[in-house]
Design a protein around this ligand. Sequence first.
Ligand code: UDP
Length: 411
Amino acid sequence: MIRKVAFLSMHTSPLDRPGVGDAGGMNVYVDELAASLARRGIEVTVFTRRTDPSRAAVMGTPAGYEVVHVEAGPMVPLPIPRLGDWVGEFARQVTESVLSPGSGGRETDILHSHYWLSGWTGLSVKQATGLPLANSFHTLGRVKDATRRPGQPSEPLSRIAAEREVIARSDCVIASTEYEALELIEQYGADPSRVCVNPPGIDLDLFGPGDRRKARRRLGLDDAPTVLFVGRIQALKGLDVAVAAFGLLSERLPDARMMVVGGPSGPSGVEEELEIRQLAARLGLDGKLIWCGVQRHQRLPTYYQSADVLIVPSRSESFGLVAAEAQGVGLPVVAANVGGLRYVVEDGVSGFLVDGWEPPDYAKALLRVLDGSAYRDELIRGSLSAGRRFGWETATDRLLELYMGIADGTH
Ligand code: UDP
């Protein structure tokens, strides 16, 4: 029986605000999974690096899990490549904490690390404690490299080497879809018997259908056709493609508008946003493109409910939580035909999958959703039923089975 789990999330905390910097789907996933396990009476501790001196060393959360801020390196956010220097110290402190559960504390049953950096840390903690280790990568360096935009730097070799090591030495690698499982096997030589698939959930109570007119009123929007983009602004997310596609769409639908929710992320995020703003100005989209900035996660349902279509032209995506959340509210999705988006979006049923990153192809797909025919209602129904697949209860049941198999060696 699993009673206590240690999550390792070295580079970003579930308490950080998603949608900007390094905080995104992984933070939402760690927070909601920890909360879901806590609801089942399982003690969850999330170990993350301390980057903010105003946060206490140990914090409880309203969701019922605990966050431990480990002092490893300067107490400021650091770029990921610099965090390698602090992996040893982070692992040492996690090991100490895991081995001394405190008076009346339960013994940890399993380590679950998130992202390659924490997987690397997890290997040291596993070695020192003898505890089993499961790792979720969330993104893979080689997969990102395969579809990166021309001119973008490739992933550092140290990342690829660390990923290989984590794949070879952890007890189980948890992929979010069958597609990611195949990538692990084909591109990293993972042993198929140690790869398992468990798609993430979304909060279906939060991301449910709502009244579009009310949602629009709340955002001060009129009845014009509305395209929505939600995500961290960096080349990987393809906002450049979305804006160029919207430019073409607005030649056909002059009153259409597009909302962009999210903020700059990664070393060139600010530059990326600036270039896209310049592109929008060149395309004459000023006034049609609404930059909404980062929004609290709890506010996102209002954005999904007020839109007519979500566009997700990511160059790589291991799952694509925004597409799942949009479908939770019944919003059709136009997405790139890559990675986990191929699993989340049901092509022709809940939206459309588009091959490649050519703006006219996305514009055509957007127009198909927005053309006002009866097909649109079908897409809305299809989106709603596709979204219902992603409840946390199913994801947690399956994960607990996996944990038990890993802990007793039968996996
Ligand atoms: N998000 C948010 N506020 C924002 C932008 C994004 O809460 O302003 C959340 C969004 O709801 C989703 C997550 O950030 O849960 C992004 O996850 P996704 O898997 O789409 O992308 P990732 O960031 O993991 O690459």
